[in-house]
Design a protein around this ligand. Sequence first.
Ligand code: AHR
Length: 541
Amino acid sequence: MVSLFRRRFLKQVSTVAMAGATQALLGRSLLAQSQPMSPSDAARVYVDSRRMIGALDRNLFGSFLENLGRAIYEGIYDPASRLSDGNGFRTDVMDQIRKLRVPIIRYPGGNFVSGYNWLDGVGPKADRPKVLDKAWNSLQSNQFGTNEYMGWCKAAGTEPLMGLNLGTGTPEQAAALVEYCNLEKGTEWSELRRKHGYAEPYNVKHWCLGNEMDGPWQIGHVTATEYGLKAQDSARQMRAVDPSLQLIACGSSGPLMPTYLEWDREVLEQCYDYVDGLSLHRYVGNTPEETGSDSTKYVAINLTMDQQIEETLAVCDMVRGHKRSKKQLWLSFDEWNVWYRQRTGDAVDGHRTEAPHLLEEIYNLEDALVVGGLMNSLLRHADRVKIACLAQLVNVIAPIMTNRDGLFLQTIFYPYSWGLEYARGSVLRVLTDSPTYEVAGMGQVPYLDVVGTMAEDGKVSLFILNRDLAKARSFEVNWHDKAPGQVLASWVLTGDDLKAVNGFDAPRKVVPQALEKPTTSGGRSKVEVPARSYSVIQWAS
Ligand code: AHR
């Protein structure tokens, strides 16, 4: 069974990681009261609106809905629920996602897609087969398929990022799905869609050529050369149907993979000229192997995402040079999140039931700080990372959790929602001069991790992770060209207990609080952020 296979594999890579991991450092005693600052703690952030990293593509704040567990059924689609509309869409969940304005959502997988026959999920619902999903050992009713997803995306105000089966599926089947979705009429597959009652094509722009094909757990896993050739063939057939597509090849599914980067290089040698982007994935956790279960290291882990992005870009650009290509690829970080508790045993095995409770990770405050840090890392690379998907969106390793009576918002919901609301325009090349602390295996790590954006209308937002688990930290923002106007928003996510969680019984234990608005004079703003916190501040122009 694939999930068992993956479990064994993960154990193996964890052992490798453990060799480099260190013993727990300072531990939870750091959660003591905030201490006052000393002059040596002074920090500065320099902002100059003439220095930009690049334009921010809002698709950097995409998400992911895999046809797995209760993400779709009981998550976004539940015809039996009193909370659903006439299409069976959960209106409470839809409202949250609409309010968030999530720009793009990947579907239908994930590991699921590598054994999925899209034809099972179209046509009259009564005729759709109930099948065994071998990735998650679950039963798939197929009552929700491509047309339902397109309808849901329209209602939710988002774009689909469609995943293709390059595991058991063929390039021909991938091209047929493009034809089903994007051609108006007059061909076999476009006419099938019309026969199913959908006259208008969907014009889906972004497509993932398979999922984690480097992983031995993946259905249809092959070597990099074989996958690269299959991706090339799929891309050629798909573009023959619709030349306007944006295609993403499968890169490495994480830096602990033994084939990390070598996989990417070889895949791109085969398909560089045929694709537009390369995917990468990353899940992090406060585990004995990864962090020594040490929160001071855990809150620094986003720096390893910066490294992963930079290494992957180096490979893309190396192959570009090798091919003397004019085209520069972008990255699709199409799965990223915290995920380490619900990763084995019954948490990943559906026991051949429908809509089982799988991967229902409950997130605490420190996970939310880490998610904020990971967002900062993505923003810092906005010049090359054009799509990223918080994995996932509902019930499965998700910011939104449902039950029959409603939903609650997990801790990680808040940093994600701030990115969606306040990151606008272009990412500033912010310079942060911060005191540091020693992290085993990572060297000196700055307490403050700050990124900024500037919108077309001149509004500036700063996103601030304070990794200091014991002390509040102050810093001065030096505005190099011009000081900003009034503070429009100032929020912080913090608390005394790094392990505090939200739940149906106590949904507001970890929620944003107002952060004292910084004052500005003489081109300088004074900001103070509490210990163990993630904050956003937005100024008018
Ligand atoms: O998001 C959960 C799983 O994580 C996805 O199915 C897979 O792509 C990744 O390993």
